[in-house]
Design a protein around this ligand. Structure first.
Ligand code: ADP
Ligand code: MG
Length: 474
């Protein structure tokens, strides 16, 4: 048996960062190498959800890193504190009885349950990333977030059922898993089942075919909390709807918590039985809206921090400005930037970010400028920060460039007023209309402004000779 070199962890993490950058998280720093024994490196992980996640998703990469840095053919084993207690107990009784039988020694004394295997369901995998701590709260998700916290701390009592609906990539799964993690942390022995609707459906069909419906019912009707993701997938599945209806009733009547997510509110899920719609509506139905620019910036920063990526302020703003709909894409952009920086051995700056994702969302083809190019041009011409340009600030030094930007976007792109408003910090179409009118008037009265706008147009259109024929329509 050997205590590993204290620097082993740092060397493994450095190897992972270099070779498996997208896998790395800041909480890997808490992993503790314990010993190398019989060709196995034992790594201690104290958080249950992290432990299960590492066992399921990261063994290979850690093994690769451990072998590379030690130059030995090592296996890697992640262990929890309860495993350690169990092993110590086994050793103690082995020493006392002289027997080496694991089974005997396991029975010999009080042993803590292994929270990584009991009572969580085998197929249930939660991502440690999807915690409340990592969830950024903004105007679009405040209610859903507050209700999720209430549900996690008072299962079955606060809101039951709790139903979250939102478009793709806006944080439904993240909130559902945060509820699970928090509830499990405060009550590790809780029988909680998190599953996708498709997973529920597959298990149901398999149970029907195998004639094992009583097992199926036992599994789902005895839980303390049932969390089903993407419940809209029940649409048109008559038999599963029927089964789910009974599962729902059984749990609900027993005061057990139900949490559901969907891409639409209950009454807009196509072909969903009326009785299910009314069940879903009888607790709290919360909606998550698209995040505004400020929230997106915070999300980008938090995602980068989670991956221990140093992201300069202007890069965070750039990414948040470029990707304004799906948060999953924001994350994809960060990964691209990180990969490019690792591959080229360069630190992350705006140039690198542009090279990594510049093409990704460039819209409008080569016929006319993109809104991003307009925003970039405005920000360098007027020397205003991107963050200010897209913020709520109304100071003249920012408001005028912003209005000019909207005017240019309307004239030289095919975006609607709503879309332009969205790009300029989530403003509504009336603000864009007002900006266009204001710039038209000001150009007539203010010669300098008129020339500035013409100069900006000239610069922008250098590479785009065909202006879009949408006049400065108000
Ligand atoms: P959905 O289930 O609604 O399609 P997800 O929950 O999978 O979306 O979210 C997509 C990605 O966006 C995930 O990486 C998630 O962590 C992230 N995300 C969504 N909302 C937030 C938020 N408010 N704060 C931090 N990350 C978020
Ligand atoms: Mg989801």
């Amino acid at each position: 048996m050997g205590r590993p070199d204290p620097q082993l962890r740092d060397a493994i993490l450095a190897h992972l960062r270099k070779n498996h950058a997208s896998l790395c998280r800041h909480w890997f720093d808490d992993i503790e190498p314990l010993e190398i024994n019989d060709g196995t490196l034992k790594l201690l992980v104290r958080e249950t959800v992290q432990l299960r996640y590492l066992r399921r998703c990261c063994i290979e990469q850690f093994q690769d890193a451990a072998q590379a840095v030690t130059n030995r053919l090592l296996a890697v084993r992640f262990v929890g504190e309860s495993d350690l207690a169990e092993e110590q107990e086994a050793r103690r009784s082995e020493a006392a009885t002289g027997h080496a039988s694991g089974e005997m020694s396991k029975r010999a004394g009080p042993v803590l349950p292994d929270p990584a295997s009991v009572p969580l369901h085998e197929d249930m995998l939660l991502s440690p990333d999807y915690s409340f701590e990592n969830f950024i709260v903004g105007p679009g998700n405040r209610l859903a977030h507050a209700a999720a916290i209430a549900v996690a701390s008072k299962p079955g009592k606060a809101y039951n059922p709790f139903f979250i609906h939102a478009g793709v990539g806006l944080g439904k799964t993240h909130l559902l898993q945060s509820i699970c993690q928090t509830a499990l942390r405060s009550n590790p022995s809780m029988n909680l089942y998190y599953i996708s609707c498709n997973g529920f459906m597959t298990q149901f069909l398999e149970a029907v075919q195998a004639g094992q419906m009583s097992d199926f019912r036992h599994r789902f009707r005895n839980v303390d909390m049932l969390v089903i993701d993407d419940i809209h997938d029940l649409s048109r599945r008559d038999r599963t709807q029927e089964e789910f209806f009974h599962t729902f009733n059984c749990l609900y009547q027993a005061g057990r918590q139900l949490v559901l997510s969907s891409d639409a509110p209950p009454n807009e899920i196509p072909d969903l039985e009326e009785r299910l719609i009314s069940r879903f509506n009888c607790g709290l139905v919360a909606h998550i809206d698209k995040p505004c620019f400020e929230t997106r910036v915070e999300i980008v920063k938090s995602k980068a921090a989670l991956r221990s990526i140093q992201l300069p302020e202007d890069v965070a703003s750039y990414v948040a400005a470029k990707i304004d709909t799906n948060i999953r894409e924001l994350e994809g952009a960060i990964i691209k930037i990180q990969s490019l920086s690792v591959v080229n051995g360069m630190s992350i700056d705006l140039e690198l970010a542009k090279a990594a994702i510049g093409e990704q969302v460039a819209s409008g083809g080569s016929q006319h400028p993109t809104i991003q190019q307009i925003i970039d041009a405005i920000s360098s011409f007027y020397d205003v920060k991107l963050t200010d340009l897209l913020s709520r600030r109304r100071h003249k030094s920012i408001a005028l460039p912003r209005q000019v930007g909207m005017w240019l976007a309307r004239k030289h792109t095919r975006y609607s007023l709503e879309e332009i408003g969205g790009y300029f910090g989530g403003r509504d179409h009336t603000t864009v209309m007002h900006a266009i009118k204001a710039i038209n008037n000001k150009r007539q009265a203010d010669r300098t402004l008129d020339q500035d706008v013409s100069r900006l147009e000239g610069k922008l259109l250098e590479h785009f000779p065909i202006p879009v024929d949408v006049a400065t329509a108000e």
